[in-house]
Design a protein around this ligand. Structure first.
Ligand code: 5GP
Length: 203
């Protein structure tokens, strides 16, 4: 009897959410730099922060350009976060999953709800979501104020949104309570490595 062993697999669709200041973006970027997955560069209507590069950190669009993409059905999910539009390009997701490339989406809780609700069979096989939870609200406040990238009004808006966002963690497959940067990275990478062995990913 010839026993067939799997030759190919689908990519993982790793959705990561967590409040601003949870360390989520750094965690996602580090994992992608280490070759664990490709980062899905989102579209946004917010202005670039110092050092951010168009096409690498985000595709920075005007509201008209963004809404035209929505109209043409180019976005996989989109949501308004902190008064700006954010959305994931379909073109960055499906082709990679089919080719066995793991794709990482750093998106907010509204976006995660939309991805989770997607009925696509391929997607259901590939999907997992992780919530990055700060150890406490106080720690979050200190991390966020340390960034110094926000004016006081948008800082308070982000804090209020962060606390509301934190209520969503029970809906995620995994919850990573943030500790040190190194520890978070090690645990996140271990999670991705284990998930790659899912039988449902065998193509
Ligand atoms: P920031 O402006 O700090 O880069 O991101 C603000 C929030 O928008 C973060 O929670 C981030 O995860 C979320 N975000 C970034 N890209 C997307 C996206 O494509 N879709 C959705 N729904 N949220 C996004």
């Amino acid at each position: 009897m010839i026993v067939q062993t799997p030759q190919n697999r689908l990519g993982l669709l790793i959705v990561v959410s967590g409040p601003s200041g949870s360390g989520k973006t750094t965690l996602c970027r580090k994992a992608c730099e280490a070759g664990e997955a490709v980062f899905s560069v989102s579209c946004t209507t917010r202005s670039p922060r110092p050092g951010e590069v168009d096409g690498k950190d985000y595709f920075f669009l005007t509201e008209t350009e963004f809404l035209a993409k929505v109209e043409r059905g180019e976005l996989f999910e989109h949501a308004k976060v902190h008064n700006h539009w954010y959305g994931t390009l379909k073109s960055h997701v499906f082709a990679n999953l089919q080719r066995g490339v793991d794709v990482l989406l750093d998106i907010d809780v509204q976006g995660a709800v939309q991805v989770r609700a997607c009925e696509d069979e391929l997607l259901k096989k590939c999907f997992l979501d992780v919530f990055i939870l700060p150890p406490s609200v106080e720690e979050l406040r200190s991390r966020l104020s340390g960034r110094g990238t926000e004016d006081p009004a948008s800082f308070e808006l982000r804090m209020a949104n962060a606390v509301a966002e934190m209520e969503h963690w029970p809906r995620y497959d995994y919850t990573l309570v943030s500790s040190t940067r190194e520890e978070d990275e090690a645990r996140f990478r271990a999670l991705i490595k284990a998930e790659r062995m899912r039988t449902s990913l065998v193509a």
